[in-house]
Structure formats: structure tokens, C-alpha cells
Design a protein around this ligand. Sequence first.
Ligand code: SAM
Ligand code: SF4
Ligand code: SF4
Length: 343
Amino acid sequence: MDKAPTLRDALHRPLRDLRISVTDRCNLRCPYCMPRETFDDHQFLARAEILSFEEIVRLAGIFVNLGVRKIRLSGGEPLLRRNIERLVERLARLRCLDGSDLELALTTNGVLLADKARALREAGLDRVTVSLDALSEQGFRRMSDSRFSPARVLEGIARAQAVGLGPMKVNCVVRRQVNEDEILPLLRHFRHSGVVLRFIEYMDVGGCNEWRPQDVISAREILDRIGAEYPLRPLEAAYPGEVSQRWALVDGSAEIGVVASVSQPFCGDCNRLRLATDGKLYTCLFARQGLDLRAPLRAGEVDAALAARIASCWQLRDDQYSELRHIQRRQPGRKIEMSYIGG
Ligand code: SAM
Ligand code: SF4
Ligand code: SF4
């Protein structure tokens, strides 16, 4: 039975979903997220600045008591964090904290997944989402600015499926004139595989990707292109607050999703809170400021006091950046980067 009280923000949205960024480092340099010009000389967080596994687990326990029912590990590239499976193992134990369900998921670029999949599954991870923006070698190189091959990511996806980390989702960010020609090849590849392929509108996160509205291919346009080859029918949302609109190929060969955060924002249902690698808490992907939990945690504050800080942060939350993008984009201050806060 679900015993946690429902904490509501200023717009009456419940707290349900916690994203934890476990590292700000990455082995890829996707230009839409960590462009080389900015990140090759970037000062990444020092070890002492990063929350330890003990600290993450303690905070996660407090979040679960406040109503969080889904924890997703992200980054940077979460599989670069040493012994990440030990963190998963400890988070999995939070399941019995108050007898209610807790889903544990992880988002990865898949490069290290083939080696890690079994250990993650055995540690108690439920699901993995893999980001893959292109199937062709050239397209993958363009989207990831790396020398890795997409074959390595596909191997990771296959391993994850084989060990039961499903149902698998594969995320593809679509950028006009960069990887728009990969949409249909990706779909053809994943038909009949059980993988749900989700196309994500390119977003104006952070401050270094030089995002322009004309580089976005809208979800509508993506669906039209797919629908011209494979007729589609809409599916119901799987749960309240789901960010992806679900569609099925009429021939039954695949389910796909589109995440229309630019063209059809969904702030009204947003139940997500984000804990960055250094212990700052953010109430929106496009936030400019976060609440530091690391200082009080390291100063010995007790759980009840930390819980009160988090609850008050959520109760004051009125973020709706995507709904108000045209106004919010003009606000002063630098937005946090996606590689720091996670997906
Ligand atoms: N490194 C892991 C990965 O790529 O899956 C996890 C972190 S990454 C920041 C999480 C997700 O954010 C990825 O699916 C990535 O494609 C997405 N992302 C990053 N920058 C984006 C942008 N500007 N617009 C849309 N999605 C973006
Ligand atoms: Fe790394 Fe993921 Fe950002 Fe690409 S999207 S640079 S893989 S953190
Ligand atoms: Fe949630 Fe912020 Fe995205 Fe709106 S813009 S859906 S409030 S993270």
C-alpha cells in the first residue's frame, strides 16, 4: 500500500520522479549537449565535490519517503561512475522502506553497456534507456563527435535486452540537417525488436549548444515522415505525466514515441525533480539555480531537517519553462547544462 503523503508544488503537481546525475563527465561529445569547444577545456567536478554513494542513498531514502516512486540515474555518462552497480544495489534496497513500489532506471549512451548490463540487472536495476541518434557510422560520428561505432551501442542494447533490462527504450534527438535522414533507418532497424524508439525534439537546454528554433524538427513532422511509410495509430499514455506521446505502427511491428517538449510542452504534468552530481537540487531542466543539499548533509543535518528543505523546495516550485519559452528565454542568468543535471 502507498503510504507516502502526496507532496504538491505551487501548481498542484505531485512529486513522483527523481533524476540523479552521478557524474558530469562523458565519453562522447554530442555537440547538442557537450560541444567540444566548451567541454574539452571544462573544469569538471573534483572528487570531493561529488556526492558519495552513501550520500546519494541517504538523500534518495528521504525522497522516497516524500513520495518519489521512480529513480533514474543519469549524467554525464552514468556508466563512467566506478562501481555504479553498487549504487544500484543500495538504491534497490530502498524498495522496502515503506512497502511501496520504486522503479529504478538508468539512461546511458550505451557505449559501456555491453560490459555492464548483467551486473546492473543483478544489482536490481529495472530498466535501461539508451540514447542512439544514428545508425550509420557517419551519422553517429556527427551526432556524438566521437570515434565510437554505433555497432557498439547496438551490442549494448542487445545485451541489456538479453539480461532482462526491458522493455528497452531508445532515445533519438532529432536535429534538422544533421540526423533527420536517420529517422527511418532507425525505425526499420528496431521494428520487430520489442524496443520502443522515441524521437526527441531538440531542446534549448544549457547555454552552449547554440540552439536555434529552425534546427528543431517538430514531433508532428517526425510523425508525418514516419506515417508516410508506416501508418500509425495513437496509444493511450502509460501513466500520468508520461513525457512521450505513444504511437503504434498499424502493422503491429513497433511502438514509437515522440517527446514534443518544444512544440507541445507538457509542464502541466511535470512531476520530476533533479539531483545534480554535486548535491544541488533542481526543480526544472531549464533551471538557473539549485538548492544545495550537500552542505547541510555534510554538516550533519538530520533526515527530518533535510526532508523539510526538500519539501519546501517542491512546495514553492512553479516552473513551467517550456510553456513560457518565449518569455523565459529572455531571463538573465545562465541555464544549467544537461550533462551536469542529467536527462
Ligand atoms: N549520457 C547519457 C545519454 O546520453 O543517454 C545520459 C545523459 S544525457 C544528458 C540524457 C539525455 O539527454 C540523452 O537522451 C540526450 O540525447 C538528451 N539530450 C541532451 N541534450 C539534449 C538537447 N539539447 N535536446 C534534447 N535532448 C537532449
Ligand atoms: Fe554525453 Fe549523453 Fe550529453 Fe551525449 S547526450 S554528450 S552521451 S551526456
Ligand atoms: Fe518540467 Fe521544466 Fe520541462 Fe516544464 S520545462 S516539463 S517544468 S522540466
